[in-house]
Unconditional design. Sequence first.
Length: 156
Amino acid sequence: MSAKIYNITYYYTLTDDLPGESCKFLTWLASKEVNLLAFNAIPIGARQTQLVIYPLNPTWLADAARKSNVKLNGPHHAFMIHGDDELGALVDIHEKLAHDGINIANSVGISDHSGSYRYLMHIGTDDFEKARDILGATEPPSDFKLDLPRRFNKTI
């Protein structure tokens, strides 16, 4: 499979860097039935953690946050790349962007046991649309969903 590149939306919020704070936030997300494409917790400074949320449905997350008085920064945009895990799988993507003078601000990837990978890539706001056009990124397809039963009953 060649790489599929999707334009995705993310938000972030800050929390205290204490045991259980990310768990509380993830519990809240699940209680609001917010499915995630990805999640990242990044320590910033000595006492805070930045929680980065990549929701499957950004409108659903924003609405849940508004109704619960949860402060989110966003929406911001990133790319999610999915492809076959092979040697040099990301070289072509990086070369295309470098050729046009576009810097990748932040990225993280992981491969799985089935021979594929997922890669999150952040581009500066000023270059995002240009990068989207260069990479041919699309919105995730309408059938791009997590078909999981909704059985989360824990409350915060």
